[in-house]
Design a protein. Sequence first.
Length: 446
Amino acid sequence: MSFKRVLIANRGEIALRILRALREMEIEVAIIHGREDRLSLPVRLSDVAVPIYRDNPLDSYLDVEAVVEAAKTVSADAVHPGYGFLAENANFVRRLEEEGITFIGPSADVITLLGDKIEARAAMEAAGLPVAKGSSEPVSDAEVASTLADEIGYPVIIKAAAGGGGIGMQIVTSADQFESALNLCQSRARSAFGDERVFVEKYIEGAQHVEFQVLGDGKDAIHFGERFCSIQRRHQKLVEEGPWLSDEKRSEIGDLVCRGAEAVGYKGLATFEFLRDAHGEFYFLEVNPRVQVEHTVTELITGHNLVQMGIRIAEGGNLPLSQEEIVWKGHAIQCRLNAEDPRQFIPSPGRLWDCHFPAGYGIRVDTHAHIGYDMPGCFDSLLAKLLTWGHTREEAIARMRSALDETILVGVDNLVPLHRRIMDEKDFLSRDITIQYIEMHEDLLG
């Protein structure tokens, strides 16, 4: 089947990205929006816009029944969730299924499985993916956790089973820290996810964060290679780039992630995330069952429109490519231009009195921002994604320096100055980067 109208259940740059993909496919675009986004570009450019106004702005995008009703009202064939909000809400998927509306993404059962970090670990380990030593079931007793840590070896990390975004994670280096660390992690998990279950896992010191882009059709899967995402603040990515690995290692890990996707019957776009230790060994971290913020990096180096491919799969199509048809060309870098204080990473909402983004050969900007745009303080602070492509990493970095110098954002604090300093930093240039990069280079914060 082919979709005639799709409802976008999101906002900001990803809503605009999805809108453009749908337009190119000659699919009508509907979108929901809260009061703060009523004048935003995605809303203004859509064919149909459905207001969902709530006192709490986040509820405009999190009210399952309201979004389902909006999809029914506009006679949408499908709903695209983007990332965040309802993108990983299995109940939302089931409600759409009950109404005969397609969810552009994996099934509710797969989302439930992958959303439980303990179950996901077990499923991927069974499929042959490498996982760090850890508990195979929830841990609630400090003494049990301590005994397990003795077997695994310190340091260990306590994680929320239903977690994401690094919320609540606690690193433990000795037995006397377990009582408080366990209580803190459980409390934060309960508050953030309504689920206090936690588990213990070996903490990978000096790790790099590497992720693989996968596309599955419910039976078979292919991968589009890796992205390197180790420059982070508070477990949130700031700079992403690719490729990063040797052809041999890409093929090895790529085969494994495809096996993992096929084992759970994955349908749509997914990102398999790993930590890579100082010895080059990979350890499975999690699967993000949705389009990823940094999918744009992969699009630049492979030349494939991933968002459109995800939509075609949801229409019932098979994989559009064989693994052998996917090739990687050049190098791409993405800088997240968040509206934040570049020293303390505090959100900086406000009006953009002046706004100019770079253009030219090898440059891509994904943004919903424009002169006069009011950046709300109630949503994610991502203002724009600035990407550059080059034949080599060095060329991509040089182009990024120029692109950042050309970027003008007046009215909100932003991360342009930080990104510009990173592009000149010697460890970044020599690829000597771990997930502690920002903590180890605090001089970059100004």
